[in-house]
Design a protein around this ligand. Structure first.
Ligand code: SR1
Ligand code: MG
Length: 420
């Protein structure tokens, strides 16, 4: 199968659970992985995201996870949508799995007529957002995600490959227009003006929403970040790297749900992830939540920057391989390389900006997260959301002036941050 051209003539039908089992029993490799015969397999629905049906199938020998695109948004059947998102997820997994083999899942099968994707099942893993809400402390996850982003983005950029390979791949993901449109609208646009998709359940947020929308600094930053999202194809992004796109245990971390994969600015993936850590910080009533959050963001950035720098230094063209990645005139200067430092400064600025935009859209946009739902009283929920919005507003107002993690996020460690 050519994973580099979206299929054109699908003979599509939405599969129910017996349909999924029948479909899998017709795939010899998958049937062998599950073991015995279909009569011994069990199936359960685990759909958790907004878009697709997801099932886990277990057999005596092993399990698989099956994901099927629907012709609409799963949580809103009136919102019609093309089916090709599992195609892009399959392509993403095939492109990045060699770069991050232990940090994602393997694509086992993709059916271009049914838009069904079959991947390894992650028995024993929890959705990281759910695990965080239950109070786990899994110190491996943050550096693992930093390593994932560094390797997956570096390895799909012109810093590591001849531009011809990169541009061919960009052409594939340029077709993922439906999901790029969703991100452009839901994350980078709708929250900044009145739109019927926006919602929040408490008029006590109105004034802070008004302040966000009225601020010139915010509007300037948002314009710049929207433009970079569309015009800065640095690397292949996951495109939706929130804590619900991560499955983890205390010792193992896997990134899932790559259907939003597109070429874009590397700081977008970084910002999505740390934006969700900051949401968690504001939803967490423990007194040390802020200090832990700043430490996590620092660890994320340090690990990302170190791994990206290491890969870049190792990829420098040599006389025996002069036409590999994009060549540089200045010889490798290690960590002191001014070119590399400037590149990483720009990634840092993008990370801060997209982090703020992720926080804002998760509180006042279309797709909220469950983080705040566990706060016992309505008043505290509102106060924490207000504080998160005010903090994100400050990040955007000062966008471009924050040179490091402490300058951008240090205030999170203070118990009184913007009213908490
Ligand atoms: C209609 S889709 C809404 C959101 O769900 C996905 O997980 C993305 O985060 C998207 O923005
Ligand atoms: Mg998802």
């Amino acid at each position: 199968m050519n994973v580099h051209a979206p299929p054109k003539t699908p003979r599509y039908r939405t599969l129910d659970m017996p349909g999924i089992l029948a479909f899998l029993s017709g795939l010899p490799d998958i049937a062998q992985r599950l073991g015995a015969t279909v009569a011994q397999w069990t199936i359960r629905e685990v759909s958790d995201g907004n878009l697709n049906n997801v099932f886990v199938v277990d057999g005596p020998r092993g399990g698989v996870c099956v994901k099927q695109s629907l012709p609409h948004v799963r949580v809103d059947p009136s919102w019609k949508m093309p089916l090709d998102r599992t195609f892009f997820e399959a392509a993403y997994l095939r492109d990045i799995h060699p770069l991050v083999p232990g940090l994602t899942t393997r694509c086992l099968h993709f059916d271009p007529d049914l838009f069904v994707l079959v991947v390894e099942s992650l028995a024993g893993h929890a959705v990281y957002r759910t695990a965080l809400m239950s109070g786990v402390d899994w110190p491996r996850v943050v550096p693992d995600i930093a390593t994932f982003v560094a390797r997956a983005t570096f390895g799909t950029s012109v810093l590591s490959e001849p531009f011809e390979c990169v541009f061919d791949r960009q052409a594939v993901y340029a077709r993922n227009q439906t999901l790029r449109r969703i991100t452009l609208d839901l994350v980078l646009d709708d929250p900044y003006h009145d739109h019927p998709r926006n919602h929040w359940d408490d008029a006590r947020l109105d004034d802070v929403v008004g302040r966000i929308r009225a601020s010139h600094g915010v509007r300037r930053a948002v314009d710049g970040l929207r433009l970079r999202f569309l015009t800065c194809p640095q690397a292949l992004l996951h495109g939706d790297l929130h804590t619900g796109s991560i499955m983890a245990t205390a010792t193992d971390t896997r990134v899932i749900d790559g259907e939003f994969a597109i070429y874009g600015p590397i700081g977008f993936d970084c910002g999505m992830f740390i934006g969700n850590l900051v949401l968690r910080r504001f939803a967490d009533l423990a007194p040390d939540a802020g200090r832990r959050c700043v430490a996590d963001i620092q660890r994320f950035w340090d690990t990302f920057a170190a791994e990206f720098t290491r890969l870049w230094a190792a990829a420098h063209p040599t006389p025996s391989a002069p036409s590999g990645p994009c060549a540089f005139f200045v010889p490798d200067e290690g960590d002191a390389s001014p070119g590399r430092a400037a590149f990483l400064r720009a990634v840092f600025g993008d990370m801060v900006g997209y982090c703020a935009m992720e926080i804002i859209r998760r509180i006042i946009g279309y797709a909220h997260t469950a983080d705040f739902d566990v706060i016992p009283t309505h008043d505290t929920r509102t106060a924490r959301r207000r504080a998160a919005l005010a903090f994100a507003c400050g990040l955007l107002d000062a966008h471009g002036t924050q040179g490091d993690v402490e300058a951008a996020f240090g205030a999170l460690a203070r118990e009184d941050v913007k009213g908490v």
